[in-house]
Design a protein around this ligand. Sequence first.
Ligand SMILES: [Zn+2]
Length: 411
Amino acid sequence: MIFASPRTCVALLSLPISIAFTPHRTQLPMASAPTWLSEPFCLPLSKSGPPPYCVWTSRDFRNGRGISIIATPEAANTLASSKWFMNAHLIANTSPSHSQPPGYQVTPLPRRGLGLIANSTYKRGDLLMQEAPLVLSSLSLENSHLGEREQGRLYRTATSRLPVASRKRVMGLHGHPDTTSVHDRFKANAFNVFDFAALFPAVARMNHDCRPNAAFYFDKHTFTQKIKAVRDIGPGEEITISCTSVPSTLAGRRKTDMSDVLTSIRWTDLSHYLPSAERSRRMHHHWGFTCTCHLCSSSTSQIAASDARLHRIRELEVLIYHAHSQPLASGTENTTDSTLLAEELFNLYKEERLDGALARPYDSLVAAWQNRGEGGRERARAYAEAGVKAARLWPGPRSAEGARMQSVLGV
Ligand SMILES: [Zn+2]
């Protein structure tokens, strides 16, 4: 990926575990694999004052691939006590290795640095890659009491303690090998996972596209970032992802008030809903690059048409939210038929080529047809079937959308 300033792609997840930890304990649990290097590196060095941020490294995690965690002792203990680490040997056996399959290759691209080019055919839904993180850094570090220099030392230590092959993968990410700091590499290439910024060096090779042909989500079961094709991809085509995010579904936010929902839509970092000019401004601000994807290189009239569709999508999602939240607000039967709105929404997603986010409008379609009662049951079920497949691409089979639509199928 060719980004050059601090922001991370967002996976929109929260840590699903709550495990008691021992404050300031710098020894991580070692009841099972992996084993941690006995001495963490902590800053500040003084024993008094606020809790330090430390680097813990395991070199045998994931069959010798290794992992480093940068966090306070409390946060690191919570993570290291989770099933992903306490039963790491089980997880390692359930997922393929991170190694690059032969279906694509890293290739230099004009004005785009390195990118992944497919050399075989992928079908929509195919798993392109899955990779466990090499470095996890607590999101709170960026705004902590530690300065840029101290944070840089933590990132350098986290990388240098990894096994040699993994260290090379981190140092091979975008940036001059001698002049670009590890910290900068991390900030330019990391993804948000739970309360951490996570580095997946192979995934980070994928360039951004505002209408990408692949999508990612973090799979809690395998502790890996999964990349799936959202359209058919042919040989010679670049595989791209979007470092934009979609707010959590309105349907899933029925208990929040509307001002919260509107704020979420409006300000979510680099949301799909953003019009072209604002999208470009934020990309430049966050990553320091000008997007040259097909959409951003389109004619002025095509970009204006795209912006109009995005505006209508935002409008429709708010209208549908209102329609579906009426029963909860009033306790009365919902008499609004939102099926036409939901169908218009679905068509706009398709027209706008938001192929990786179709679980959203499917979810709205299912809810709208369910609201019709018995008469809408068959259609709701048909849309749920398609929606469950869409959710497997993004935001994942275990997402709220996926689970909601799966429940309609009663399986
Ligand atoms: Zn673009």
